[in-house]
Design a protein around this ligand. Structure first.
Ligand SMILES: *Cc1c(COP(=O)(O)O)cnc(C)c1O
Length: 342
């Protein structure tokens, strides 16, 4: 099977498992786990922040980030198809009591102008615009990457308006690989930033949340409240360290495979995709003009050993990652071509 459903499907290989088996551990709620401490320090350094926190999932990273930086009744400005809106079970309403102010944007990327217009001046009738949240790369935007200057400008406007900035950086390192910048090019503008270890980086579990020292201490309390305080979790943190050491450089290969898929799809009859939109490892395309539903294409390709998902009645998504080789990418293309042209 060629599994293009998500970059979360990667499995730890022998070297990563060996690092996990040999990890030195302790009780992390007592802050006794040397491997977790090493992962947190390594991530803080990578993201250019004072501190970082290991959390079980990217969703928890975002929940903790919002909860630690807001009060009930505050407003969080974000894009309408962002992960925090679509895929976090309304956690921010349920657990933080915040109102999400959802702005529409092409490929999920907010403009500085619309953020400026959305931030509310002090007024007894208004909620407080407490956080501006941006997603980089943007998942439902097809892996779209924010230009660094756009993030800098959004953050300048947010801070001027008294709001903090959170980056949902589940795939931040994909953005960095695409643009050719260090993570700090983005994170220096943000008060908090998440990062998934369990996507393209190939770890089985875990995300990171980075920011200033006092923010991370508050986030640690929130994580405990949510039931995310973990014990001898160095065994998992070791996989994260391995992922950061070995699987960052190679993200460019996933981007090249995604580009190959996009260019091949663009040539197929009735498939709509602009390869220029495929900047990272996500490939979103539309099959309306084929007279097919996403489900029909997904099922037909499934039978041919190529897995991906429908994300709308006629929209499909493929994701490249470290368990899909160039040869498998070519095989997926050849199966698609065979099905759609014969
Ligand atoms: C995957 C993802 C997350 C976190 O997902 P989990 O499954 O909870 O780890 C957060 N934000 C974005 C943009 C994502 O793609």
């Amino acid at each position: 099977m060629i599994d293009l459903r998500s970059d979360t499907v990667t499995r730890p290989g022998p070297a990563m498992r060996k690092a996990m088996a040999e990890a030195e551990v302790g009780d992390d709620v007592f802050r006794d786990d040397p491997t977790v401490i090493r992962l947190e320090e390594k991530t803080a350094k990578l993201l250019g922040k004072e501190a970082a926190l290991f959390v079980p999932s990217g969703t928890m990273a975002n929940v903790v980030a919002i909860r630690a930086q807001t009060h009930h009744g505050d407003e969080v400005i974000c894009e309408e198809t962002s992960h925090i809106v679509q895929h976090e079970v309304a956690a921010h309403a349920a657990l933080s009591g915040v109102q999400l102010r959802m702005l529409p944007a092409r490929r999920g990327l907010l403009s500085p102008e619309q953020v400026a217009a959305a931030i509310r001046p002090p007024n007894i009738h208004h909620p407080v615009s407490r956080v501006v949240e941006i997603e980089n790369t943007h998942n439902w935007g097809g892996g779209a990457v924010y230009p660094v200057e756009q993030v800098a400008e959004i953050a300048r406007i947010a801070h001027e308006g008294g709001a903090r900035v959170h980056i949902d950086g589940a795939r931040l390192l994909n953005a960095c690989a695409a643009v050719g910048v260090a993570p700090s090019a983005y994170t220096q503008h943000a008060d908090s930033c998440s990062l998934c270890l369990s996507k393209g980086l190939g770890a089985p579990i875990g995300s990171m949340l980075a920011g200033g020292r006092s923010f991370v201490e508050e986030a640690r309390r929130c994580r405990k409240m949510l039931g995310g305080g973990m014990r001898q979790v160095g065994i998992i943190a070791a996989a994260g360290i391995y992922a950061l050491d070995h699987n960052v450089e190679r993200l460019a290969e996933d981007h090249a495979n995604a580009k190959l898929l996009a260019e091949a799809l663009a040539e197929l009859p009735g498939v709509e995709i602009d390869p220029a939109d495929v900047e990272t490892n996500l490939v979103i395309f539309d099959v309306t003009r084929q007279g097919l539903t996403a489900g029909q294409l997904v099922d037909a390709m499934n039978d041919r050993g190529v897995l991906f998902i429908g994300i709308g009645p006629q929209r499909c998504r493929m994701v490249t990652h470290l368990d899909v080789s160039r040869e498998q990418t070519e095989e997926a293309i050849s199966q698609l071509r065979d099905f759609l042209t014969t």
